[in-house]
Write a protein that binds this ligand. Structure first.
Ligand SMILES: Nc1ncnc2c1ncn2[C@@H]1O[C@H](COP(=O)(O)OP(=O)(O)OP(=O)(O)O)[C@@H](O)[C@H]1O
Length: 406
């Protein structure tokens, strides 16, 4: 930085009392000239200082603009994979590109391998993200006491019995298993079409055993938390052991445990790593205490058989669409708080709703209620159900004629 120029010496005026008036006048004139000179120098210095101040102001404006752009421009998310003497190896999420990049000494001190970071266009690390809590909170739903009970589930008596035996018993009766000398099933896999109550079953068993219900969706792991799947699976089991007794529910497990395909894209490798992590967590599962694991899939055919080996998901429970009796029970459950007209026959509706899932029956009931509201009625009639059924099958793209419940 340039230093400020030194101020000119202040001229001195020496007036001798012995001086004649002419000499005094001359001395004053000389002094005046010197003062003028100093004044010129000071004016020059002032001009220079003012122009420097303007330059500095310009620089400040420029830096402020750059700062604003830096703050608003998008940064990319990456994982710091390795800290080396040459820099940090980061892997950008989304394209899995790995680069050796720089990081400020201050950030470097806080950084650990595996941390999530934000990088700019030139890949240099800008910020350390609170990966664990952030992604954990987003990827996992933790519910300390889900409200679903077995009574809320229509049909599925056999499935409920099996889930209770495989999940509930080992949690509440661990000694019995120890006495008999058998290991309880490791993991339960519920498979069947969408909306048949798989999640409800898992929640109900958590409720019944006072276990914390921790849900993670396989599809989100591979689509939303790219690059973090394996780590989140590890976190999932860690979180469960912090909340024992706990039930881990992995929905759409097919997203991370599909059969290996021929293609070797980086996306596949990432999914593969996530699955390996899941398998290794399950293999080391026995010592984990009061944690049970339930997974669900609509695509059983797609699953990699490796996850079905003994000690992994070794209890398979099929959860199909409800039969006629199941449908009637589900309709009863979903209409129990509705004001229904006296003549409504839920049995007749069950007859007309072949192939409906539990979720579709639930929305049928809601839709019928909507028809009543549209008509400004508080009681739901058979006709509302007929209209609702027509509407639902219509949006499903099926051919519909007039529907009547007798
Ligand atoms: N057997 C059932 N009894 C009562 N309600 C049901 C049943 N099955 C589904 N439902 C209704 O459908 C909703 C969705 O069910 P759930 O989430 O348990 O299905 P799922 O099998 O886990 O579906 P997906 O495979 O799409 O995740 C439930 O909240 C409930 O309202």
């Amino acid at each position: 930085m340039s230093r400020s120029p030194s101020l000119p010496d202040r001229p001195r005026l020496d007036l001798d009392p012995e001086m004649s008036p002419a000499e005094r006048l001359e001395a004053l004139r000389e002094h005046f000239l010197k003062l003028e000179q100093v004044n010129d120098e000071l004016t020059d210095q002032l001009d220079a200082a003012e122009s420097r101040r303007d330059d500095l102001r310009d620089q400040v404006d420029q830096l402020e603009r750059e700062n604003e752009t830096l703050k608003t421009s998008s940064l990319y998310i990456a994982t710091a994979e390795e800290l080396t003497d040459e820099g940090v190896v980061v892997k950008q999420h989304g394209n899995n590109q790995e680069v050796l990049t720089e990081v400020s000494p201050q950030l470097r001190e806080e950084l650990e391998a595996g941390d999530r970071v934000a990088i700019n266009d030139s890949f240099s690390v800008q910020t350390l993200l609170e990966a664990e809590t952030d992604a954990r909170a987003q990827a996992m739903q933790v519910n300390s006491s889900p409200e679903v009970t077995y009574d809320d589930i229509g049909g599925l008596e056999e499935q409920t019995r099996e889930v209770r035996e495989a999940v509930e018993e080992p949690l509440i009766n661990a000694e019995q298993f120890a006495e008999v000398g058998i290991d309880p099933p490791s993991g339960v896999l519920l498979h069947g079409p969408p909306g048949t109550g798989k999640t409800m079953l898992a929640k109900a068993v958590a409720n019944e055993t006072d276990a914390t219900f921790i849900k993670m969706a396989g599809s989100e792991l591979v689509q939303k938390f790219i690059g973090e799947g394996a780590r989140l699976v590890r976190d999932l089991f860690e979180l469960a052991s912090e909340h024992e007794p706990a039930i881990i529910f992995i929905d759409e497990i097919d997203a991370i445990a599909a059969k290996r395909t021929e293609s070797k894209t980086s996306g596949d490798a990432e999914v593969q790593r996530t699955m390996m992590q899941l398998l290794s967590e399950m293999d080391g599962f026995e010592d984990r205490g009061e944690i049970r694991i339930i997974a669900a899939t609509n695509r059983f055919d797609m699953l990699d058989r490796a996850i079905l080996r003994p000690g992994r998901f070794d209890r398979l429970i099929e959860v199909p669409n409800p039969d006629r009796e199941g449908r009637e029970r589900i309709l009863e459950i979903h209409t129990q708080d509705m004001s229904l007209a006296d003549d409504i026959g839920l049995g007749a509706i069950a007859d007309q709703t072949d192939d409906f899932s539990g979720a579709e029956l639930a929305s049928l009931a809601t839709e019928a209620g909507m028809f009543a509201i549209r008509d400004e009625r508080t009681t739901v009639t058979t006709e509302d159900f007929e209209d609702a059924l027509e509407k639902i099958t219509d949006t499903d793209g099926e051919e519909t004629g007039p529907i009547a419940f007798y």
